[in-house]
Design a binder for this molecule. Structure first.
Ligand code: 5AD
Ligand code: SF4
Length: 474
């Protein structure tokens, strides 16, 4: 049993991360474990987690499992969890209740969790106390060892916990089963060293570790050969790429090299305003295949709160970066993340946030009420904003955000924009969906032959969250 430790997860040394290329091995005897068995994998959280799930699926299929979307028919139920806010926790424990019920009816069903919640001491302690009936718990550093973890749980017939709380290595060559044939996630770095005071991620995902460029570029080149049209470079803080390596090769160089592979679309998330360099802006401007879409989390517009959050920028410097981006890339769309109700946030502080929103007129934003995460510095700060106040601020903020989203989208009416047609819309079988270069969701009624192509689409009708368009034949 290897349980998480918050104390260890906090440690940062100066050591450069180790790249391990042979870490994922699957013994022949384990390749048959999943014959005639089905797995049900549910993913919560960010793109990083979505991509981890693509690795987990490939590993399970290496073990002969096949997938199912119906939990009732699963032999293995796995929840890939997120720890970022309390409500993410609640959803997972709710789901585990359902899984327990199924396990009582179907004795051989295995139930497990992985991902960021598995890295939390409080969660694992709760599982060891009240959820002993579960079978596996493994952390974000342990994915490659899934075949052995699963095998141990089956052989010992008891809960197998394997969670490392370390800075982490870089494990190359974990297999991947991508959800899309056209768009791919690529990790360019793991972990985070920013330690914003509200955030659990540096504890759940370890030290910032940049992947070596050779592996990243090789992966992109292979995707181009396989017919992929879009890659999204993933990291908690992609602009800091390379800063943990003994090299001058930074994000702007990587972005340029990825663009040069000829892949039709390059995206990157998430950017921290602190590390956004002028050189990066130049590279984005220079290459048509780097998409004019930037997610630039603000978190708060108040200098006092930004300082308490440990964000390392001010309202003024954020607005200055925003101005530079819009000047260099006037067509770009910019989105953000905002937290309301951080400990000590006054009405004045909140108004500063509204003021930034008024000035930036974001294309869209993810907005959250502060959620104290055990072990983070902010969780120890006095939470003196009432729940009503927090909810009221969130509502006022959302109203403003929605107003500007609609305004930004209205600029597209009548325009023709490139859309990567990805597939059938979830809401309507006769409609296809895709995203513009600026990451706007567009629904198009057209022939299915267009799936997997980039088309010029004329925008006919604009809504707050999406647009309707028609393909413009040349
Ligand atoms: N409470 C509320 N929101 C949070 N986020 C991160 N940590 C917390 C927290 N403790 C938000 C931030 C981040 C996004 C992914 O989630 O806005 O950018
Ligand atoms: Fe992603 Fe952070 Fe949630 Fe982990 S805690 S899944 S890194 S958003």
């Amino acid at each position: 049993m290897l349980v998480p430790s918050l104390k260890e997860a906090k440690i940062r040394t100066k050591k450069e991360s180790i790249v391990k290329v042979d870490e994922y091995k699957i013994d022949d005897s384990l390749k048959k474990i999943g014959v005639n068995k089905k797995y049900f994998l549910k993913t919560y959280g960010c793109q990083m987690n979505e991509h981890d799930s693509e690795n987990i699926k490939a590993i399970l299929e290496d073990m002969s499992y096949t997938s199912t979307d119906d939990m009732e028919e699963a032999d293995l139920i796995l929840l890939n969890t997120c720890a970022i806010r309390e409500n993410a926790h609640n959803k997972v424990f709710g789901y585990l209740g359902r899984a327990k019920n199924l396990k009582e009816r179907k004795k051989n069903v295995l139930v497990g969790i992985c991902g960021c919640m598995a890295q939390e001491e409080v969660v694992v302690n709760k599982i060891l106390k009240d959820y002993k009936w579960m079978d596996i718990v493994f952390g974000t550093h342990n994915i490659h060892n899934l075949p052995n973890i699963l095998n141990n749980a089956i052989e010992k017939q008891k809960l197998e916990v394997e969670v490392l709380s370390c800075e982490g290595d870089i494990i190359e060559n974990i297999p991947v089963k991508r959800d899309s044939k056209y768009k791919a996630w690529i990790n360019i770095m793991y972990g985070c060293d920013k330690f914003c005071t509200y955030c659990i991620v540096p504890y759940t995902r370890g030290k910032q570790r940049s992947r070596r460029k050779e592996f990243i570029l090789e992966e992109v080149e292979q995707l181009v050969k396989d017919g992929y049209l879009e890659v999204t470079l993933l990291g908690q803080n992609v602009n800091a790429y390379g800063k943990d390596l003994d090299t001058d090769y930074k994000m702007e160089n990587l972005l340029e090299d990825v663009a040069k592979t000829g892949i039709k679309r390059v995206r990157f998330v998430t950017s921290h305003p602190w590390d956004f360099t002028d050189n990066m802006i130049e590279v984005i401007k220079k290459y048509d295949n780097i998409m004019p879409y930037i997610h630039l989390p603000l978190q708060s517009g108040s200098d006092r709160i930004l300082k308490l959050m440990g964000r390392r920028y001010t309202k003024e410097s954020y607005l200055e970066l925003y101005r530079k981006l819009k000047e260099a890339l006037p067509y770009s769309s910019i989105t953000t993340d905002i937290i309301v109700g951080f400990p000590g946030e006054t009405e004045e502080d909140f108004k500063e946030t509204l003021d930034v929103v008024e000035k930036c007129k974001y294309d869209s934003a993810f907005t959250f009420i502060f959620s104290p995460r055990e072990g983070t510095p902010a969780a120890k700060m006095e939470d003196n904003v009432s729940l009503e106040e927090k909810q009221d601020r969130l509502q006022r903020l959302n109203e403003l955000i929605n107003k500007y989203s609609k305004e930004a989208n209205l600029k597209y009416e009548g325009k023709t924009v490139p859309v990567l047609i990805e597939g059938v819309s979830e809401k309507d079988d006769d409609t296809l969906m895709g995203y513009t270069d600026t990451m706007k969701l567009v629904n198009v009624k057209c022939d299915k032959k267009y799936i997997g192509t980039i088309q010029n689409v004329e925008i006919k009708e604009v809504k707050t969250w999406s647009m309707d368009g028609e393909i413009k034949e040349n």
